[in-house]
Design a protein around this ligand. Structure first.
Ligand SMILES: [Zn+2]
Length: 124
């Protein structure tokens, strides 16, 4: 595995993916620290510029890219809710903790973070 200049940015060629909106291989590269925690930084050799992409916008990717994405999303999971009185962890079985766990599962699957308490507001 080596770094190559594919455009003007150094990319790891094993981290290729194809988004639905642009042809050809693109390359995962960095954490853009976007407000949307599931957005990953990448390089588009066709347009010769950086872009951000979410997991559900990727149509195909290498096995290496898939593991890069999994690790990125695990690392970007939001912290669990805490007890409002002592700031400590919630007990197992607390509905707020269960809603957070559901949001984490959805995030790891889709790359989209939904506030756990919004699930309640939407009746989900
Ligand atoms: Zn592109």
């Amino acid at each position: 595995m080596s770094l190559e200049d594919r455009g003007t940015a150094l990319v790891d060629p094993s981290l290729w993916f194809e988004p639905g909106c642009c042809r050809g291989p693109h390359y995962l590269r960095f954490n853009p620290h976007d407000r949307d925690p599931g957005r990953m930084g990448a390089w588009c050799p066709t347009l010769r510029r950086s872009l951000t992409v979410r997991k559900d916008e990727i149509e195909r990717c290498s096995p290496e890219a898939l593991y890069w994405i999994r690790g990125f999303l695990y690392g970007a999971e939001r912290e669990p809710p805490v007890d409002e009185y002592d700031g400590g962890p919630l007990e197992d079985g607390d509905p707020r903790l269960e809603r957070w766990r559901a949001a984490v599962r959805e995030f790891d699957e889709t790359g989209t973070w939904t506030d756990p308490e919004e699930h309640v507001a939407n009746g989900a």
